[in-house]
Design a protein. Structure first.
Length: 141
């Protein structure tokens, strides 16, 4: 507890101490701007890591280490990410809500429990069709 980490709300970032939420039950949190070597990291309730905001996309890095970057996103209805690519393999998991995803030109409907893997360089975009919490895992360097 009391470790330094960075928390994010939309495009804003604030370094410094932040409280570890009660739902983490004392789990050690990684510092998102550093690779960490810990035997395990537990996030017991990723749905509560971000609160959906009506004025923009919210994101929070919850783990960075072992060549993996895990971010929780919150989208309000109509929020979108225009087409982009990532240099790393990506896994998208919808925790709540619905996303209309376009991957390499193919339209997909992602619902809670959906799991989507994309290889590096795959063009993709998304629109939230209802308030949505999504977990993004980037793998590799």
């Amino acid at each position: 507890m009391g470790r330094q980490w960075t928390w994010r709300i939309g495009p804003w970032e604030a370094p410094g101490p932040a409280p570890i939420p009660n739902h983490c039950h004392g789990a050690r949190r990684s510092e998102p701007d550093k690779d960490v070597n810990m035997p395990h990291v537990l996030i017991t309730d990723p749905l509560n890591e971000v609160a959906i905001q009506p004025d923009g996309v919210v994101s929070k890095v919850v783990h960075r280490g072992d060549g993996m970057n895990v971010t929780v996103f919150g989208f309000d209805t109509g929020d979108e990410l225009t087409e982009h690519q990532t240099a790393r393999a990506a896994v998208v998991q919808v925790l709540s809500g619905r996303l209309r995803f376009t991957v390499d030109g193919e339209g997909l409907e992602l619902v809670p429990g959906s799991w989507l893997h994309m290889t590096p360089g795959t063009p993709h975009s998304l629109v939230a069709t209802e308030p949505t919490i999504m977990l993004l895992t980037l793998v590799g360097s």
